[in-house]
Design a protein around this ligand. Sequence first.
Ligand code: NI
Length: 286
Amino acid sequence: MSRPIVEILADQPRGEFEPALAEANLAAFRDQGFTSIARITTDEEVAWLREVYDWIYEAGRTPKAARFDLARPYDSAGEDLLPQIIAPERVLPALKDTLFYRNGRKCAARILGVDEGVLNGWGHMIRKPPKTGAPLPWHQDEAYWDPALIYRAMGSWLPLDDATIENGCMSFVPGSHRGEVREHWHVGNDPSVHALYCKPEASEVARAVPVPVPAGGCVFHQSRTLHASGPNTTQRARRAYANEWQLAPVKADVAVQRRWIDEHREAWAQRDIDDTRKTWAEKEPG
Ligand code: NI
């Protein structure tokens, strides 16, 4: 069991740290759709975030709508495979007052070439349990989102444990961010499974780049960059905390129909959750 949250919050570190985002990072993001830095926050904050993360992952901390396993049908019984918590900052607003959040937004603004003030952020925490942590197949994050809207968005992904090939770091297909949102399917072709996959060309998979990052580092990727992560084959959990950054989406002149989104909405509506809580996940993050 964790310490009481008031004690954890009272110990929130207040140090400063300036991330070193180089011109080479900006060029890599522009040309390849992803880039990484070895550090976005302090070791002290990483240690604190681990404690917060473990607290919020304890049973009953989040409403049902905010937590589900990405790799199995909603609310099905069994061991965690790939649990996700959406918008943890709504449970703990202190998460918006971290170096990770502030530096992530600062970096995203530089990468996208916009003022920080126009960026909206929301978080999600994906945990790969030891040994059972499931892979996440090739997908584009934007495939999860509302097809009636046009996005300009990117993610900032912080591992709280060193992310390695063995425990499921992310891999990216360079240049794939330039294309359209591809056709996606639900894992197992079951719409009650949240995770989506698409079918990249074999040549794309062949040139995919794994991006291991130390705990406290950060991977940035554009909302259409094809990415995947392997299973966790190690004895330790791989905890990751991501914040998405986006400009206010614009309504598309002509709404695109996406079969997998319609299927998802139908499956989600079947979940036995309080209506007021359903809106928790209305952003449908990936
Ligand atoms: Ni993703």
